[in-house]
Each structure stands twice: as structure tokens, then as C-alpha cells.
Design a protein around this ligand. Structure first.
Ligand code: NAD
Length: 293
């Protein structure tokens, strides 16, 4: 099967490498020459435009930051759409606004091109070892046809509904993670101000009802003052903005998401946008004049 991949960043590069490793004929494009060179050294073919990727591929994957980047990759001059012919498939794996995914699907359907939204969860290490979780929206038959390809990149691949459902699922995930980090930060700020040792508090509660994957992953980072990403504050702001845009369009109230969004803005305004999202703790440290360590 001839495959194409656009967007060779933190996540896209290792995902594309896994497709090459599995023996697929892969054509790649990114604005960054270095990333293309690395893939070519692994056996991929370089393209100069998205159009060229689409001309040479049956299935084209995109993995870029946000909705406008996907739109540009697909529909700008020299973009994927110019190289597509009927029967080809585009699979967008970026985390974007689900309403934008639905719009892209409609525009591609006019070319008789199928579209799946298939965002992922799990960071760079999981992209490298092929164990990311992939949530997929779109036509069920199209999903079944491409499931094997997705399984090369993911440890779990789950169909969640019509087009846009993949990104709605991902937004729900991002809302839950952000609120959980804020909840953990709030609890540990209280304990620290009361004079307790955060490490002892962690040992006491992380296996109880308050325990979570977030608590296990992020509290040790807070205690060690290690805010190396991981998942950047800037990207989480992007996801919560997409969650709020979607909730406003659907007339759903997300009051806690709006609150944590403002906390993330303060963290960013303080110069910490490139920190891991566990830096939400820094907001609580600032307003309470303490450090959780
Ligand atoms: P990144 O910024 O590292 O990489 C994006 C890449 O896309 C860059 O190399 C950029 O040059 C390229 N690009 C952008 N627009 C392009 C275009 N029009 N044509 C060609 N190339 C283009 O981002 P990332 O961390 O790999 O994240 C990608 C997506 O995956 C985002 O939506 C992010 O939210 C999501 N995600 C990231 C993580 C993570 O831990 N980093 C985890 C899960 C999901």
C-alpha cells in the first residue's frame, strides 16, 4: 500500500517511522527539512509539497498542530487536495476542533475522497514504541479498511462514531486531564501550606479514590520541580480552546474547563507556555506563596 505522511513533529516523526519499519512505501512532507531527511534515511521518499504526497499515495496521514494547519495542509495552493483522485483516503491524526473535521470530510467527499479523524493520546515515548491510543471517527467501513494501518502506530485503536467523534473523544480526554491536574495541584497546595510533606501525602493517598494516572504521573514531577514536557501548556490551551468552541456551538456548559483555561493562560503569561502541563501547579504556588516540593 502506498502511504503518505504530512507533519513530522514530535509525534508525527516516530509514527511515520513505524509505518516505514512495517514495510510500507511512504512519501513524506513537512516544512522542516531535517525531519524529512531523517525519514528518508529510514527509507521514506521525500515530497516537495502536500500535492506530491497525495499524487503518490493511496492513504494520506496528517499530524499537524491545529485545525488551521490541517486546513492549510489539505486545501492551500500545492496542498493535498490538488493531488487527490477518487477513492483515496485522508486520515487526520491531529487533535483539532471536531466541527472542523466534519467540514474537511464534506469538502473531501466532493472529490470522492474518504476522511477519518483519528487523534491520539499518549506522548512521544508511546509514539516511538507504537503504543499510542487512537480514537477514530468516520465511516465504519472506511475505518475497518484502514484499521490495520492504524494498529501499526497504536497500541489501541477504537472506533467511536461518525466523523468528528474521534476529536470529540479527544477533547473530553483533554478536559478531564486538565481538570485533574488542577484538582491535584489544589489539594497538594493545601497540604503544603498546612506544613505537610507532599511526598508523604502522595504516598498516603495515591492508591485511594483520589488516585489517578494524572496523580501518579504529575505529582512526582511537581515534587521534583521537573516541568520538562511531556505535553506542553501551549498545546493544552489549544485543546481547551477547541473544547470551549465546541461546547459553545453545542450549547453545553463547561464551567470548570473555562476556569482551568484561565489558569493555563496565567501560567503561559508567566513565561511557562513550553513547560509540561503539570506547571498548572505553578499557578497555585504563585497565589499561595509556596512550592509543592
Ligand atoms: P509539533 O509541533 O511537534 O509538530 C507539528 C509538525 O507539523 C511540525 O513539524 C510542522 O512543521 C508540521 N506542519 C505544520 N503545518 C504543516 C503543513 N501545512 N504542511 C506540512 N507540515 C506542517 O506537534 P506534535 O507535538 O507532533 O503534535 C501534533 C498533534 O498531535 C497536535 O494536534 C497535538 O495536540 C497532538 N498530540 C500531541 C501529543 C504530544 O505529547 N506532543 C500527544 C498527543 C497528541
Amino acid at each position: 500500500m502506498k502511504l503518505g505522511f504530512i507533519g513530522l513533529g514530535i509525534m508525527g516523526k516516530p509514527m511515520a517511522k513505524n509505518l516505514v519499519k512495517a514495510g510500507h512505501d511512504l512519501t513524506v512532507f513537512d516544512f522542516k527539512e531535517d525531519a524529512i531527511k531523517e525519514l528518508v534515511a529510514d527509507g521514506a521518499t521525500e515530497a516537495k509539497t502536500g500535492k506530491e504526497v497525495a499524487e503518490k499515495s493511496d492513504v494520506i496521514f496528517t499530524m499537524v498542530p491545529n485545525s488551521p494547519n490541517v486546513e492549510a495542509a489539505l486545501f492551500n495552493e500545492g496542498g493535498v487536495a490538488e493531488g487527490l483522485t477518487a477513492g483515496k483516503t485522508v486520515i487526520d491524526m491531529s487533535s483539532i476542533n471536531p466541527l472542523a473535521s466534519q467540514g474537511f470530510a464534506k469538502r473531501l467527499a466532493k472529490l470522492n475522497v474518504g476522511f477519518l479523524d483519528a487523534p491520539v493520546s499518549g506522548g512521544e515515548p508511546k509514539a516511538i514504541d507504537g503504543s499510542i491510543a487512537i480514537m477514530v471517527g468516520g465511516d465504519k467501513d472506511l475505518y475497518e479498511k484502514n484499521k490495520d494501518l492504524l494498529e501499526i502506530m497504536g497500541g489501541s485503536v477504537t472506533y467511536v462514531g461518525a466523523v468528528g467523534a474521534g476529536n470529540t473523544t479527544k477533547l473530553a480526554n483533554q478536559v478531564i486531564v486538565a481538570l485533574n491536574i488542577a484538582a491535584v495541584s489544589e489539594g497538594f497546595a493545601l497540604a503544603k501550606k498546612a506544613g505537610l510533606d507532599p511526598k508523604m501525602v502522595f504516598d498516603a493517598i495515591h492508591t485511594g479514590l483520589a488516585g489517578s494516572t494524572v496523580m501518579d504521573a504529575k505529582v512526582p514531577m511537581m515534587i521534583d520541580r521537573n516541568f520538562k514536557p511531556g505535553f506542553r501548556v501551549d498545546l493544552h490551551i489549544k485543546d481547551l480552546q477547541n473544547a470551549l468552541d465546541t461546547s459553545h456551538a453545542l450549547h453545553v456548559g463547561l464551567p470548570l474547563t473555562a476556569e482551568v483555561m484561565e489558569i493555563l493562560q496565567v501560567v503561559k503569561n508567566d513565561g511557562n507556555g513550553s513547560d509540561d502541563h503539570s506547571a498548572i501547579a505553578k499557578f497555585y504556588e504563585k497565589i499561595n506563596d509556596l512550592t509543592i516540593d
